[in-house]
Design a protein around this ligand. Structure first.
Ligand SMILES: [Zn+2]
Length: 437
């Protein structure tokens, strides 16, 4: 009950705090002849205006006219959990893939800062996608994601790992305090926090791996002894420091117990949802309690379930695939109904959020208009909470995708993008790109 006045205040101020990023180079533009998404349905509109890259409600003298030719106009999509767009190592063409898929806003939930620094300047502004970064993550010694980043640093990606290589990964420290920060104690956090902040992160990523587990934790990559992530004491202090710095905290979680600890510790969002794998006790380990669902709704917590992983983990186990999908469908509907924010992110190499959105749609996690709302409004707002994006309305950034057909009737229409605009100017290919698909 004591939370209520604070929540009301937050709601009021967050509405005021949302502002568009202007693009003075964008000419006054008239968009004509489209069917425009209003958050619930498509409505034909004669003319929609933009000036300086922002939708305007009064007519301006148009220097440019964009004929949308009856197409279905939606805000650009978001990706709330990726590791792409954060290094040159994965090769060129990553931003082009995001543009092609219509995904203009991306949240990188752990990257190696020194590698991201080499590429991130390319990804900002009207001419490209916009990316927010966590610049590393906080975990316990030799725990996820340490092995992943040392595997990359040692250039072992794509190679069969021998026992000697696994031991080398285990001992390596090439990406320490760059991709991950090992903070077993408050003293370690105190020693590393300033260096982390100096990387100018947009969000904070923390790692919890089966905090209530009883068997010894082991790395999935090396099979060697691993840890379970942050202790409750350190987690609470990370959240306190992050909030003091105006940063949101996203938690990697594997079990319902991890979620309980994270909610109690004040985190803002979840980088996964338990239940992607299945074991004998998976329901017990993965089912969120009514109390957690209710608290998540009251606080508007963000869940990025990365559900499409369950098909990868369970590729050869159809029954487990169905189990994981059904569990995620039930849990996400409970969260959404309670007022939590469900966002779309794929968390896979070389796949944008289009994969996760299609997974939501094809498995009927929600009806298609709701999935479209999650992908075009909720997810962009999660990636950039301060920006007026995600709505085709005056005062919001004039960014849009013109789809060849109605995505609320056939989800594959989300991939038939005939025209893309970002902040009042064209981005990427037009009809030719759509025809290539
Ligand atoms: Zn991830």
């Amino acid at each position: 009950m004591r939370l209520l006045p604070a929540l009301v205040l937050l709601a009021a101020t967050s509405a005021l705090a949302q502002s568009p990023r202007p693009n003075p180079a964008a000419p006054p533009t008239a968009y004509v002849g489209g069917q425009w998404w209003d958050g619930e349905r498509f409505e034909p509109r004669d003319t929609v205006w933009a000036e300086g890259g922002v939708f305007a409600d009064r007519p301006a003298r148009a220097e440019r006219v964009v004929d949308l030719a009856g197409r279905f106009v939606v805000p650009p999509f978001g990706d709330a959990h990726t590791h792409m767009l954060s290094d040159a190592y994965q090769g060129p063409g990553q931003a082009e893939r995001f543009v092609e898929d219509g995904v203009f806003y991306a949240l990188v939930l752990t990257d190696r800062h020194s590698w991201a620094a080499q590429v991130m300047d390319q990804f900002d502004g009207p001419g490209s996608v916009d990316v927010a970064y966590s610049h590393g993550g906080f975990t316990s010694p030799r725990s996820h994601p340490v092995q992943v980043y040392e595997w990359q640093a040692l250039r072992y990606v794509g190679r069969d790992l021998t026992d000697a290589m696994k031991r080398e990964i285990h001992e390596s420290r090439l990406a320490e305090d760059d991709a991950y920060f090992e903070v077993p104690t408050l003293a370690d956090l105190d020693a590393k926090w300033a260096a982390f902040l100096s990387h100018e992160p947009d969000v904070v990523k923390v790692y919890l791996m089966d905090v209530a587990g009883e068997a010894e934790a082991r790395s999935g990559m090396t099979g060697l002894a691993s840890g379970r992530g942050l202790t409750p004491e350190v987690l609470r202090e990370v959240v306190r420091r992050a909030h003091d710095a105006g940063l949101r905290v996203f938690a990697h979680v594997g079990t319902a117990a991890d979620v309980v600890l994270a909610v109690e510790s004040g985190v803002d969002g979840f980088a996964h949802l338990p239940g992607r794998r299945e074991g004998d006790d998976e329901i017990e380990r993965s089912l969120l309690s009514d109390a957690v669902i209710e608290a998540s709704g009251e606080r508007g917590l963000v869940y990025v379930p990365t559900s499409v992983w369950s098909d990868v983990y369970n590729a050869d186990r159809p029954a487990r695939r169905v189990f994981a999908r059904d569990l995620h469908r039930r849990t996400l509907r409970r969260l959404h109904d309670a007022g939590a924010r469900v966002a779309i992110g794929t968390d896979q190499w070389n796949r944008t959020a289009a994969a996760e959105a299609a997974f939501f749609a094809s498995n009927e996690f929600f009806d298609l208009p709701t999935v479209l709302d999650l992908w075009t409004r909720v997810t962009p707002e999660v990636v950039f909470p301060g920006r007026a994006i995600g709505r085709l309305a005056p005062g919001h950034e004039a960014s849009l995708l013109a789809l060849a057909c109605d995505p609320t009737a056939d989800w594959s229409c989300t991939a038939q993008i005939a025209h893309r605009e970002k902040q009042g100017q064209p981005l990427g290919g037009t009809d030719a790109a759509a025809a290539r698909r």
